[in-house]
Design a protein around this ligand. Structure first.
Ligand code: AMP
Ligand code: MG
Length: 333
């Protein structure tokens, strides 16, 4: 029987344990999402949540797939970027598993994992990635041995912006899916729309979302939640698609890959599809379970790195909350 690589994801609100076979077959993760009763995520409360649920998640993913501990060939974990206390729980868990199962440990870059799981799932080869998640919004493409960040948010992540907007309407985390359904209901599935003006912040190849958040909150007070949700999505998604299109044009690449939790959004996917069709490119996105933060993508990147001979020594396994996408050498094809 083929062995598996176990992946531990703990950068923010989600603790997730996933697996991939040595030949690259993805297996769904077991995840637990920390949802605060009030306000945003407090890193230490999220970390406490992760500690509480960790051992149950590990046992359930391994037994669900009919594997035993002896089938595990390596343990991979998110080394960064992310919230320090949350990352530390995942790293400690991964160190413990690797030591007790006597298998190699590998610390990986969370952002790069979003790309690699998308490449595995969709078959696209050399994409521009629009990584739109809670904490991150980046447009990324491979140049030589690095994934380079071609553009990114200058303030908050787009998902974070949607969640904050939702919270002003008492909608708990994650707010993005609820905003999507409010926008869709209001526009009758996108068939009757009127787009109310909001700030549109593209700065060269970079983006910003705090201005649109403030404006959308006051728009919703005047025009209602549905109209504001629709316009908020239209403006903020269009800015991401504009930068992605320019990245395709600059790099000469012809595949756009969506990743991150906001890539679950049907309207963002539709906009990506339209833009790509218009310029003769193709748009791709993984299943929703692999768009949001998940342990399977961490296992998949660990698998790619181990294939190329990289492992992480214990003394090099410290977390790095500020780890940059372009600081990870890409040695695989
Ligand atoms: P991640 O940080 O990648 O795990 O993704 C979580 C973020 O994705 C949160 O900010 C969610 O609100 C957002 N999200 C999840 N589903 C959707 C959706 N359908 N539309 C917009 N945002 C979403
Ligand atoms: Mg993420």
């Amino acid at each position: 029987m083929e062995g598996v690589i176990v992946g531990v994801e703990s950068t923010a609100h989600t603790l997730s344990i996933g697996m991939v076979s040595e030949s690259g077959e993805l297996m769904p993760s077991e995840s637990s999402v920390f949802t605060p009763e009030h306000g945003g995520i407090h890193p230490r409360e999220a970390a406490d949540h992760h500690s509480r649920v960790a051992s149950d998640l590990v046992s359930s993913v391994i037994s669900r797939e009919g594997f035993s501990q002896s089938d595990v060939k390596a343990v991979s974990f998110s080394q960064g970027p992310g919230l320090g206390p949350c990352l530390r729980v995942g790293a400690s868990l991964a160190r413990t598993l690797s030591k007790s199962w006597e298998v190699p440990l590998i610390g990986v870059n969370h952002c790069v994992a979003h790309i690699e799981v998308g490449r595995n799932q969709t078959g696209c080869e050399d994409p521009v990635l629009l990584y739109a998640s809670g904490g991150n919004t980046q447009v990324i493409a491979r140049a030589g041995s690095r994934y380079r960040v071609l553009g990114e948010t200058l303030d908050i992540g787009i998902g974070n912006m949607l969640d904050k907007f939702a919270r002003t309407h008492e909608i708990p985390f994650p707010g993005g899916p609820v905003i999507e359904s409010k926008a869709s209901e209001w526009s009758n599935g996108g068939s009757s729309t009127s787009n109310l003006e909001l700030p549109y912040a593209v700065h060269g190849m970079d983006l910003a979302f705090s201005g649109i958040l403030t404006a959308a909150i006051s728009l919703s007070e005047r025009e209602g939640l549905g109209a504001a949700s629709w316009s908020l999505q239209e403006h903020s998604f269009a800015s991401c698609i504009e930068v992605s299109e320019r990245a395709l044009a600059h790099t000469g690449k012809s595949e756009l890959l969506l990743g991150g939790g906001v890539a679950c959004n049907g309207r963002l996917r539709e906009m990506a599809q339209i833009m790509c069709e218009e310029r003769g490119a193709t748009a791709h996105w993984p299943e929703k379970q692999y768009c949001i933060d998940n342990g399977t993508m961490i296992a998949e990147l660990g698998r790619r790195e181990i294939e190329m001979g990289r492992v992480t020594k214990l003394e090099e396994s410290a977390i790095n909350p500020m780890l940059r996408t372009d600081s990870t050498p890409i040695t695989w094809s």
